[in-house]
Each structure stands twice: as C-alpha cells, then as structure tokens.
Ligand binder design. Structure first.
Ligand code: ATP
Ligand code: MG
Length: 562
C-alpha cells in the first residue's frame, strides 16, 4: 500500500524504536507484532489506529503481525464477533495470513508457567476473604499488608493450586497471587492476582477450566509464546508494564526471545463514543439499527456508511502516534473521506428535494442524451449519457422567488446553466392554493448545448437536475453525526441525552437512470450534494443510498455562523 510507505517521512517514536532495534539486531532480524482484540464486540475506528500501527510496522519491516483473539475472560466472549473482526481487519487492508491465534489455546502453558512461579517461590495461594482484601491491599498513600498465604510452603501452594484446577474449591474462595511487593507504590505490583476460580463456560473450551488467568499475567505470556518482538498497546497499560516485565523476568524470558511492551495514546474522536459498553447499549436499546448502522464508529458501520478503508488509514496516519492523550476532531476523518472519494467516486446527478421545471419551448416528447464526464479528477473514469427532456426536477433550494444579492441560481427572469445541459430562464412561477411554489415554467436556449453560449453571454450559476420521465426514485438516507456535543458522556452528562435527533433523515431522491445500475457498496458523488454509497438494502426495483459525507464541512460552517 502506497500510503504505508514511510520513506522520506519522519518516524513516530515507536517506528524510531523499531528502526533502532533492527539496527542493533536486538531481535535477530525479526519483527513480530500482534493485534489482540478481545472478541467481545465489533471493531471500531479506535481499533483501526492500533491495527494500522501493528500491521503497518510489521509490513514496513518485512515482519509479521499476528491476529490474536484475547479470549482469556470467558464471560463476555462470543464467536459472533470473531468473524466480524477478521473481516474488518482484512477490509482495512491488512493480511494476517495464517497467523490467527487464540489466547485461550495457551491455557495449559500458562498453567505450567504459574506452577513454575510457585516452584520458584514467586507465587502463592491466598485465601483472604473479599472484606479482608480491601484491608490488605492498602491504597495510594498506604502500603498494603502481606497476606498470611505468603508464608505457605511451595509444596502446599502446589497442592492447593492443583486442587483449584481440579475444582475442589468454590468460585472466589482461593486465588493465586504473584509474590512481588506489598509496599510497592504501584498497586498493580502489590501481589496481584494471577489466577482465579470461575466456573464459567468458555466459548472455545467449554467447561475444561474452572480457573482462569488474569489479563496481566496472561498477556505477556501470550506475547512471549508467540515470539512477539514489539507489543504495542494503549497508554492505560503503562502502569501495568512493570508487572508485564516481572512476569517475563521471573520466568527467564530473555532477549532476543522476549517481547517489549510500548504504549501509545488511544484515538478519541469528537461527536463519537468509542466505549464498547456504550456502543452495545446503543445497539441493544435500539438507538441505532445495529452494529453496522452507518452512524456507528464501528468499522462495519463505517463501511456501510461508504467510508473507504483508505480514508481510515489516511486519517490514522495524519493523527500519528504519540504518548499524549487527546481528542481528534471528527472533521479530520471527514476530510480524509472527501479526499479519497473526490479522487475515486464517479459523479452523477441526483435531486433530493425536487421542484418541477417545465421547459416550455422544448419538444413535447423529446428526449435527448447529453454527454457527462464521470469524474473530472480521473480521466480514466470516462463519460456517460444523461437523458434530457421537457420536464425536469431541480433542487428546491436552487430557486428563490426573491433572491438576495449574490444569489446566482434560478429566480424569476434570471438565467442559469443546467449542468451538462443548456441555459434555462425562469419565465413563470406556478403556485398551489397555499402559495407554495410547485412548478417553474422555463425556456431553454438551444444554442447553449453543453453549457456555453455562442454569443459569449455568461451565467454565474450552474445547477444540477434530472429529467422527470427517466428519473429513478430511490430511498436516500441522510446520515449525520450521532451526537450533538463534541464529547458525549463527559462532565457527568448521560450520553444518551446527547444523541442528535437529526442524525438520520430519509428522503426520496430522483436519480439519473445510470445510478440504478450500481450495486451495493459502490460510492458515488451526487454533484453539489455529497458522497453517497449504495446500501445493501438495495433490491431489484428498490435503490437505497446512504449519505457518506456532505461535500463541505457544514458543521464547521454552522459553528462559525453562531
Ligand atoms: P475493552 O478493554 O474495554 O474491552 P478495548 O477497546 O481495549 O476494550 P480490545 O479488544 O481489548 O478492546 O482492543 C484491542 C486492541 O485495540 C488493544 O490493543 C487496544 O489497546 C486497542 N485499542 C482499543 N481502543 C483503541 C483506541 N481508541 N485507540 C487506539 N487503540 C485502541
Ligand atoms: Mg482491552
């Protein structure tokens, strides 16, 4: 992928580190990264940042990136999510080849590591009650207290841990803890739990296990078992890194065969929620139609919205990799979407809020094919014919009975250019009994075919149109931002009260006939309106389009006008 070619560009701090590790031969010429989603939800644009980094670094350095399902927590996981995750990673343009792994496949090896820690006197079985736990842990200012279990012999610990595995104790009765330091200022290092008893069905291993490893113990081992070199994660894990290192050190994992954890800042976007819990709530409580609702920040939602994978990669690259948490303006994503679609999406004429125009001096039954360019940004896209006729639709907003100064579109007695067509002049305004404009009677100048007057006469406005006879009706879903505030759910607000009531408007559009030939997933520009994509709900005789983005950032304009 061309945009992943980082030559001649400054490297972010992680890529610099990787380059230095290659130069010093720290890993014996290997670069292995991993993307470790928990299969408990659909991937979102935040994950895309991690995917672009993990897979990007591997690709740039002839390395490999593993797709690892981090399924050590049996309660929340589901196969439903697995396929969607694989699909989304591929859609984003990355290849994991045969490198698909499941953390739960290492349960036996992890168990062995726990046994090894016990043998080395570095782990013990603890039987504090939940009430005692609070008292023993201490807090940020008070050191913790040592559990009596700390004094157990290796033999007793081995016996208890075996019996934990064999199901002799009820859930929560005993835990296995790492023996580190109850005085550590880092609470993660105060003898953290590394195994707990939980009789829950695992979606891949059934009831084989009743003890499960904790994330902080499991993750460094997963990385080590897979010979990962660079384990990249988000900043909230920085404070867990000493434990990551402790686990690997205590089990004698050494370079070049030991992974190194490095943290970077998460992606946050304005007008967006990214927490899986909140996204789940939006789906389950029907605030959106499903995970792939085009307003969702999920990758499947964005795909359905018509956002190209290349635009997401482009945005991730623009945002870059840093150590500082921040919130990225969603306008950056929208900019990238426009940039990508501007180059690739063919242009068509469509009218979404029709006003009938009759060309009174045009022949009654006349239909005339006019030449239209498919994409001025892409000569290879070619041209097509669009039918012209006596009755047309134009956009209601392109006519004003009493135009303000500087309005160059249609108004009584004024002339305007029809895109790819002729100059027309508004001769008469037809109204219904309520005074609403229902039709314009216009005349056309036959000498202006193609958009120029031989007499050199100029018009300032060019408007789009479709011929009424041949227009194809379509359901057009006008999507907008899902929330009305930049950071939903912050400052004590309930994010559900900040939903944008206008995030979806459905209208009937009138399209040039060519558009009816397109299949689901095809992106187009409706000239002067925006970028749209054919929705999978499209069926024979029923076209459905989703608005991806408007042509300009109207939110920015709204904001400026305030
Ligand atoms: P949770 O832990 O709440 O279930 P998560 O967002 O951490 O959610 P994971 O499936 O564990 O979900 O994430 C997989 C990978 O994606 C992790 O390495 C995580 O750091 C990364 N990731 C998740 N959200 C973001 C984000 N907003 N920006 C960058 N990376 C992210
Ligand atoms: Mg996580």
């Amino acid at each position: 992928m061309a945009e992943n070619n980082v030559e001649n560009e400054s490297l972010d701090f992680i890529r610099e580190m990787v380059a230095a590790d290659i130069a010093s031969n720290k890993y014996g010429n290997r670069i292995v990264t991993r993307f470790p989603p928990e299969p408990n939800g659909y991937l979102h644009i935040g994950h895309a940042k991690a995917i672009c980094l993990d897979f990007g670094i591997a690709a740039e350095n002839n390395g490999v990136c593993h797709l690892r399902f981090d399924d050590t927590n049996p309660t929340k996981e589901d196969t439903e999510y697995e396929e969607s995750i694989k699909n989304d990673v591929r859609w984003l343009g990355f290849d994991f080849g045969e490198h698909i792994y499941y953390a739960s496949d290492y349960f036996e090896k992890m168990y062995d590591c726990a046994v090894e820690l016990i043998k080395r006197g570095k782990a013990y079985v603890c039987d504090l009650s939940p009430e005692e736990w609070d008292e023993y842990r201490g807090n940020l200012t008070t050191p913790g207290k040592e559990s009596p279990g700390r004094q157990r012999s290796v033999e007793e610990n081995l016996d208890l841990f075996t019996r934990m595995r064999n199901g002799e104790f009820e859930d929560g009765k005993l835990v296995l803890r790492a023996k580190i330091d109850m005085n550590s200022p880092n609470i993660n290092m105060r003898d953290p739990v590394i195994y707990r008893i939980r009789r829950v069905h695992h979606f891949r291993h059934g009831d084989k296990w009743c003890i499960y490893p904790m994330y902080d113990f499991a993750h460094p081992l997963e990385d080590a078992f897979e010979h990962i070199t660079h384990s990249l994660c988000t900043l909230e894990f920085e404070i867990h890194r000493p434990l990551y290192d402790w686990v690997l050190d205590s089990l004698d994992f050494k370079f070049p065969d030991r992974p190194q954890q490095t943290e970077f800042s998460r992606l946050n976007l304005t007008y967006t929620v990214m927490s899986k819990r909140k996204l789940l709530q939006l789906v389950k409580e029907n605030y959106v139609s499903d995970w792939d609702d085009p307003r969702m920040p999920t990758l499947c939602g964005m795909r359905r919205r018509g956002i190209p994978a290349s635009a997401i990669r482009r945005m991730c690259k623009m945002v870059g990799i840093t150590k500082f948490d921040g919130v990225t303006d969603v306008a950056v994503l929208e900019y990238c979407v426009r940039e990508e679609l501007n180059a690739s999406a063919p242009r068509y004429l469509a009218v979404l809020d029709p006003l009938k125009v009759t060309i009174t001096n045009y022949p009654e039954e006349g239909v005339e094919p006019l030449d239209a360019v498919n994409n001025p940004e892409d000569p290879a896209a070619g041209s097509r014919k669009i039918p012209f006729g006596r009755e047309l639709y134009i956009e209601r907003a392109d006519f004003m009975e009493e135009p303000p100064k500087g309005y160059f579109r249609l108004s009584p007695g004024k002339e305007v250019r029809l895109r790819y067509g002729y100059f027309i002049k508004c001769e008469e305004v037809v109204k219904d009994d309520n005074g609403n404009v229902v039709e314009l009677k216009c005349t056309f100048d036959p000498t202006t075919r193609g958009g120029n007057a031989p007499d050199g006469r100029k018009v300032k406005g060019t408007i789009h149109w479709v011929a009424a006879d041949s227009a194809v009706e379509a359901e057009v879903r006008l999507y907008d931002r899902l929330f009305t505030v930049e950071q939903p759910g912050t400052d004590g607000a309930d994010f559900l009260t900040q939903l944008n009531p206008d995030s979806l408007k459905v209208v009937t559009g009138y399209l040039e006939p060519e558009l009816a030939k397109l299949s689901a997933g095809t992106s187009v520009q409706f000239e002067r309106i925006g970028y749209f994509v054919v929705d999978p709900d499209t069926a024979p005789g029923k076209m459905v389009f989703n608005r991806t983005v408007t042509l300009k950032d109207s939110w920015g304009n709204k904001q400026n006008k305030k």
